[in-house]
Ligand binder design. Sequence first.
Ligand code: ATP
Ligand code: MG
Length: 310
Amino acid sequence: MQRVPSVNAKRFVRKMRGSAQAHLLECDDGSFYVVKFSNNPQGGRRVLDNEFVSSLLMKRLGIHTPEIAVVNLGRDFLKANPEVRLSQGSNQTVMPEIGPHFGSQHVGGAVPATVFDFLPSAMLWEVVNRGDFLGVMAFDKWVSNADGRQAVFYRAQINTEMPGYPRVGWVAQFIDNGLAFQGRDWTFYDSPVQGIYMRRIIYGRRLSLRDFEPWVSAVMQIGQDVLDGIFKLLPPAWVEGQEHELQRVLNQLYDRRERVPELLAETVKCIQAMPAQSVPFVPRRSPKVTRLCSDKLPHTKNSVVARCST
Ligand SMILES: Nc1ncnc2c1ncn2[C@@H]1O[C@H](COP(=O)(O)OP(=O)(O)OP(=O)(O)O)[C@@H](O)[C@H]1O
Ligand SMILES: [Mg+2]
């Protein structure tokens, strides 16, 4: 199991949008993290547990997701950075707790402006790791993510052994798993419409259950030992007093692996039943992109090694 670094917050950069009221902080490892605090209004410590567990599982499945860290906030940092506060009600603010919080490494590094929450449809078709959208759907069904699927996009150099890939392209990194396990409820609720990316054209016109096979088999390979390993890596402060409940969630997660194909089948049916005009997109293809994007999504877990290009 990969180690999760523990870093110290050094400098406030800016507040991020979203109901967890994350803040972008520079840390003492030289990296920038989007930090969710343990007393966030979205679901407190459980949101941090959900993010942490999801991120490590997604990495294990081969889905592109940002590096993570446990970000420690010290008394001195909070004193020196009075902007780091959570809003509560109309005019009230509350300080984050001193201690460990969840950090998702900002994929734009020191240049956050190079990262986008949305891409126009024509550009979505040029995302080199489009296949990950299938992987992340399998993942979202598995963990019962109550939130719409979210990704951020950036331009990157693509280093891959696989033929036909462009040297520079758009890469999607999947973020925001705070509402896995139905958020603060820590339960599973299966709805066919849950876990679909809002821009459905990303799935192409001929989505079939067979496209998910590599991802389903990756899920099936995650054993109880992996889940136990992740549990042990969690900062104790995030789990204290709810160890049994989290263990129960992870046990259920293990048992649910077998249901993933059936859950995906319902969602695929839902997507297929969408009116034709919902998937109207005929991709604008440059010659390079033609070689990259067949009508079928690339569902191999391509080894895109990417870094931001400025
Ligand atoms: N690792 C990252 N790299 C770049 N940007 C990020 C990263 N993580 C989060 N963001 C940005 O920060 C915003 C807030 O993050 P996130 O969506 O996880 O928070 P949230 O409060 O849970 O949102 P929501 O209200 O959608 O549940 C995102 O919309 C995205 O723009
Ligand atoms: Mg979000």
